[in-house]
Design a binder for this molecule. Structure first.
Ligand SMILES: Cc1ncc(COP(=O)(O)O)c(C=O)c1O
Length: 465
């Protein structure tokens, strides 16, 4: 898939440590219960082998050993080899600002980067824009689309401000009606289904037929870590109704093995600095096929997409990708570091990473259930709807933010585990917010970290009871 590519120094270094991790071996906790003696031995051998390999991956990260960082949902951490190359490239740019020692090819300096990144996401190179972050991608598209008074946008009640804020502007500026659909929130019994999400969007598309100009939603919500059935919403609701889709992929890039063509969305905006572990202020924006489907869906509007923050908005002959990409002089070392991180993920195998982090998160949810039997777990433990984010609240009063904040702070101060809190309404009509602790499990964690976290949380919890 990524043959004949230039191998970056960061990747070359990493190849030495990771060769040989296999997807089948990552789910160490899933050994078959009744394996034959020979099969069991083989599994045990593979398990030991993979444990060793993952330890090497863990060692690639420079995270402070005095703490255990489990807030990747806010931002990730660059692997050492990526960081080293980033520092070298920063030095090159500082020494030679004019030609940057030709480190990044010719203008616009990101061509080789997008060529390297795109296959890992099931995209063509000319569909990938290296943005500043998810917010930047979301705002570029939402503020760029030519909305008019009376248009409808369908979204959910669990979106981030990266969507909320530009949606608010669109409502105030153009009179767009934003419909916030009440998406189902699991209450710990794993009873929600993919179909509920699809039905919800389908019903609304039908109710506002002819007026819906966009469907936008988080692939994984930051509040509960619920993974929405993105492909089904696109293929079963949006496309048949000729509605373009913009997906907030802040948490899926670097966590899941994504294929943008397969999902069949029109726009996908994600972070490079969270689960992909690139540097700050890096992101990936996918624009399907130069946004040509938009011309078809919005044929009544002459120019459906404006390049509102581009230096090349007037230069149509350059094409959508370059127009969206070029926003003036850029931080090329940061974009190269994101590329290096992506190459590392490709090398380990994005399917392997997805299996690993989802297995860790599943383990975390199951251990939480045992340790805190009456806790509310808002992240579904259902394969199609699960992510590597676990949101839960161990206290009886799930509306008490003061108590939960104290728990989070004590956990950090007393045990070194760093997690965060989120707040949400289970139903939009709720009078008060529900609060949850949010745990992110990633490549640099293992089952022991999860066990230690649960023990630490029990210790703090009983200390507060
Ligand atoms: C769902 C969601 N969207 C967007 C963002 C914003 O991400 P960024 O900082 O990359 O703009 C976040 C950040 O936490 C998020 O959780």
């Amino acid at each position: 898939m990524i043959e004949n590519k230039k191998v970056s120094p960061a990747r070359r270094h990493f190849l030495k440590v990771t060769t040989g991790i296999v997807a089948a071996g990552v789910t160490a906790s899933l050994l078959p219960a009744q394996a034959s003696a020979k099969g069991f031995k083989l599994d045990q051998h593979r398990h030991r082998h993979d444990k060793k390999r993952w330890k090497k991956v863990q060692k690639e990260f420079v995270l402070d050993k005095k703490t255990t960082y489990m807030n990747i949902g806010t931002t990730g951490s660059m692997p050492k080899s990526v960081l080293d190359n980033y520092q070298k490239n920063n030095l090159s740019v500082a020494k030679n600002p004019w030609d940057m020692q030709n480190k990044f090819g010719s203008w616009p300096y990101v061509t080789e980067m997008t060529e390297s990144i795109a296959p890992g996401f099931g995209a063509n190179a000319n569909e990938i824009i290296l943005s500043r972050n998810t917010t930047d991608g979301m705002c570029s598209i939402l503020n760029g689309l030519h909305f008019e008074d009376g248009d409808v946008i369908l979204t959910t009640h669990h979106e981030h401000v990266a969507a909320h804020s530009p949606l608010h502007v669109l409502a105030a500026r153009y009179g767009v009606e934003v419909i916030y659909l009440d998406i189902p929130v699991d209450s710990g019994d794993n009873s929600i289904t993919e179909q509920q999400f699809v039905d919800l969007f389908a019903l609304a598309a039908n109710q506002y037929a002819g007026r819906v100009r966009l469907i936008t939603f988080s692939h994984i919500t930051y509040k509960t870590g619920t993974r929405l059935p993105a492909k089904r919403i696109c293929q079963e609701v949006a496309i048949p109704n000729q509605i373009p889709t913009l997906i907030d992929g802040a948490h899926s890039i670097g966590m899941l093995d994504l294929d943008f063509h397969d999902i069949d969305c029109d726009f996908y905006a994600g972070s490079g600095h969270k689960w992909q572990c690139g540097p700050g202020a890096t992101g990936i924006l996918f624009v399907r096929d130069g946004a040509t489907r938009l011309d078809q869906y919005w044929s009544d509007r002459e120019n459906p997409l404006w390049f509102i923050n581009s230096s090349l908005g007037h230069a149509d002959y350059l094409g959508t990708q370059l127009q969206l990409q070029y926003i003036g002089n850029d931080n090329y070392p940061a974009k190269q570091a994101l590329t290096d991180a992506c190459e590392m993920w490709d090398e380990i195998g994005r399917d392997t990473i997805e299996a690993r982090v989802l297995a860790l998160s599943k383990y975390c949810k199951q251990q939480l259930k045992t340790a805190f039997p009456s806790a509310a777990i808002y992240s579904p433990d259902i394969d199609q709807l699960a992510s590597a984010i676990t949101s839960f609240n161990p206290f009886d009063d799930v509306n008490d933010l003061v108590m939960l904040t104290e728990f989070r702070d004590r956990l950090r101060e007393q045990t070194g585990f760093i997690i965060r809190t989120t707040d949400f309404k289970i139903q939009q009509s709720d009078a008060v917010d529900t609060h949850a602790l949010r745990i992110s499990t990633h490549l640099f964690h293992d089952h022991d970290d999860v066990n230690d976290l649960i023990n630490a949380m029990q210790h703090v919890f009983y200390g507060m009871s």
